[in-house]
Design a protein around this ligand. Structure first.
Ligand SMILES: Nc1ncnc2c1ncn2[C@@H]1O[C@H](COP(=O)(O)OP(=O)(O)OP(=O)(O)O)[C@@H](O)[C@H]1O
Length: 654
């Protein structure tokens, strides 16, 4: 939408040698023209004496009565030294000159043109065209003008052309004065004045728009013109600078930001990005961008942000853009177990969550080491930050190196353009969990040691290290002391990692938790469906003796697998598979102790009914359905076997 412009106010200020209050010839000329400008501007004519010119202009300025003043050349030059209002002087065109010369011609005399400071070049070019002899002179002051008029008169010049004052002087000296300023010159000058007012109004409108935009910005913003003067500043900026002196429009920006090379930006056009600066008690990041207009530097925009605010934003963004796998899901409430050794480990971990020191979690595979690491992270001050887990045993050496440390552009053939940050960088401000640290190649152990010591990472192919702030939690199922003895693990790294240690007991060592964990895993699988829970409870009851006896080399992960299978079994009770087929590991351990072929008949009775059927079916399978061999293997007669099978069938049908 086009800006709504207020009518510009223009004052034509005419000064005479002496002013008797009567409208001059120039005023009469103006009065003829002004009606045409009525709709475009408020134009007033003020006539005064040369003596009162300055006081009149000052009074006008004080009353803010005019956007632009128009006066003669000499007056304009004089007033510009004393007031700040924009002043235009009447523009004399060739036509005006011709008109004035014609008057001289009519009078049949020589003509003199007296102008302020500059001669009229056009006149020299055109003088050949006139039959009138023309003399030209310039004056620099009123006194000088009076002398020059007298010189003209002495030379026999009877028509003198010039400004209202020159006309007055000529008439006072007995010559005829002709205004060089006539209707055309007035129109040209008024048009100029209007054009200036319009472009100013538009500029003011744009400024208001900029102010409005800046006002709504959270960043502190100052807009500077090409000379480094502030033409707009928002409230956020002055809030940031509080209690220092606030920035005002018209201030030189460099007085507020002495350590920023604003001149450099305004002369070279080179931007300053995130310059860290302490202003008062605030730590600020200051950026300055040049404003380019048609290839020219037209000013600059200076923006300020509080460092803490940037960090908060960065944290928010990181949290939002953090890949799902960089989030720790578990916390201490989910670490189930009542066993004393296990509870001791949990208490230690809770304590360590309050510290930022490196933790080494040891324990067999599947005991819940990663759960401990996640719970520590989620109970620590870094909980809002990334939790980055990597299994050091899962990657080949070179891949592990680039995963952990990242690489720079062109670090190796096929490397991603622009490089890639490693997991250490991804974990910045958070926690990195180095699982299976005992399997880390020795060469990477050296690099890891350096990261832990210097808290900075060097990407592959980079020359500049990146500082990082991470908490390290490492875990291993290996005996690191043995690894050190066999030179597979660096002793110095071990001491760096083993600042705080959490030994997680194996499931074997906490068999009192097997039932609790089994039911917990089962109820998680049932997801609140009571029918499923019921079925599961029955299956668990049958399996429990087996579960309690199992060595659990795979610990809770193994228990989870078995319970998941049991859950499946409980949902399909008609499934003909024997339990020993479904849970070979549970039965295999027993089979190891007592091979199936040697199982006496009475042992069969000691199984639960389900186990009995399973065993019969497993043995039948093992003997390819041969009843004789199966009966023999089970230590029962063929007919007993038949009976048992029929009964089993009846059970599954009922
Ligand atoms: N105390 C616990 N309560 C409930 N579930 C647990 C518990 N401990 C471990 N688990 C479950 O056991 C599984 C294995 O846990 P986790 O991956 O943490 O073991 P780990 O010791 O880190 O194994 P690895 O050494 O092989 O990496 C997970 O699915 C986890 O949910």
């Amino acid at each position: 939408m086009a800006p709504e412009l207020l009518k510009p106010r223009i004052t034509v200020l005419i000064s005479h040698l002496t002013f008797d209050g009567q409208p001059s010839k120039l005023t009469r000329t103006l009065n003829e023209i002004l009606p045409r400008y009525e709709r475009q501007a408020d134009i007033q004519i003020v006539e005064t004496s040369v003596e009162k010119l300055l006081s009149t202009a000052k009074a006008l300025e004080q009353a803010q009565g005019a956007d632009i003043l128009i006066c003669s050349d000499a007056s304009a030059e004089f007033l510009r030294k004393h007031i700040t209002t924009t002043i235009l002087s009447f523009r004399m065109g060739e036509y005006d000159l011709i008109r004035a010369l014609n008057v001289a011609k009519e009078r049949g005399t020589k003509a003199g043109i007296l102008t302020h400071q500059r001669t009229l070049k056009e006149l020299e070019e055109m003088s050949g065209l006139f039959t009138v002899e023309i003399s030209q002179a310039v004056y620099t002051s009123l006194h000088d003008a009076r002398d020059k008029v007298r010189d003209f008169v002495d030379q026999g010049i009877r028509v003198i052309i010039g400004s209202p004052t020159v006309v007055d002087l000529a008439e006072a000296a007995g010559a005829e004065g002709v205004f060089a300023i006539n209707a055309n010159a007035v129109r040209l000058t008024l048009d100029d004045a209007l054009a200036i007012c319009h472009s100013r109004a538009e500029e003011a409108h744009n400024h208001r728009r900029i102010h409005a935009v800046l006002k709504h910005m959270n960043e502190g913003v100052v807009a500077l013109d090409a000379s480094g003067k502030v033409f707009s500043v928002n409230d956020s900026m002055n809030t940031l600078l509080h209690p220092l002196r606030s920035i005002a429009i018209g201030d030189q920006a460099k007085t507020h930001f002495p350590d920023i090379d604003l001149n450099g930006v305004l002369t070279s056009g080179t931007a300053i990005e995130s310059h860290l600066s302490t202003v008062g008690s605030q730590r600020l990041a200051i950026s300055v961008l040049p404003i380019m207009e048609n290839g020219q530097i037209d000013g600059a925009i200076l923006t300020c942000q509080e460092i803490r605010e940037i960090q908060r934003t960065e944290r928010r963004l990181r949290a939002q853009s953090r890949p799902r796998h960089f989030i720790a899901k578990y916390d201490f409430d989910q670490l189930a177990g009542k066993d004393t050794a296990f509870q001791n480990a949990v208490q230690l971990a809770k304590l360590y969550a309050h510290s930022d020191s490196t933790v080494l979690i040891t324990g067999e595979s599947g005991t819940g080491k990663e759960l401990f690491a996640q719970s520590i992270h989620n109970a620590s001050e870094r909980q809002q930050m990334p939790f980055v887990a990597i299994n050091c045993a899962a990657f080949p050496e070179t891949l592990l190196e680039s995963e952990l440390f990242g690489y720079d552009d062109g670090a190796f053939t096929g490397s991603r353009k622009g490089g890639k940050p490693g997991l250490f960088e991804a974990a910045h401000n958070g926690t990195i969990f180095l699982d299976e640290i005992g399997d880390m190649p020795i060469h990477l152990q050296t690099r890891l040691l350096r990261v832990l010591q210097e808290r900075q990472v060097l990407r592959l192919g980079a020359s500049e290290p990146t500082p990082i702030n991470i908490r390290v939690i490492a875990a291993t199922h290996r005996n690191l002391q043995q690894q050190i003895a066999s030179n597979q693990f660096r002793e110095d790294l071990f001491y760096r990692l083993n600042v705080l240690n959490i030994p997680v007991p194996s499931l074997r060592q906490r068999s009192s938790d097997i039932a609790l964990l089994s039911h917990l895993i089962a109820s998680n699988l049932a997801q609140g469906d009571t029918r499923h829970e019921q079925g599961m409870n029955e299956v668990l009851q049958t399996l429990m003796p087996k579960l309690l006896n199992h060595p659990w080399n795979g610990n809770i992960r193994e228990l989870e697998n078995i319970i998941e299978r049991a859950f499946l079994f409980s949902r399909f009770p008609d499934n003909p598979q024997p339990l020993s087929t479904l849970f070979p590991e549970l039965f295999a351990s027993e089979a190891r102790q007592q091979p199936a072929s040697e199982v006496p008949a009475e042992n069969l009775h000691s199984f639960g009914k389900a186990a009995e059927i399973s065993l019969i079916r497993e043995t039948l399978d093992a003997n390819n359905g041969d009843m004789n061999k199966t009966a023999k293997a089970l230590g029962i007669s063929r007919s007993t076997l038949w009976r048992r099978l029929r009964r089993a069938q009846g059970q599954t049908q009922s």
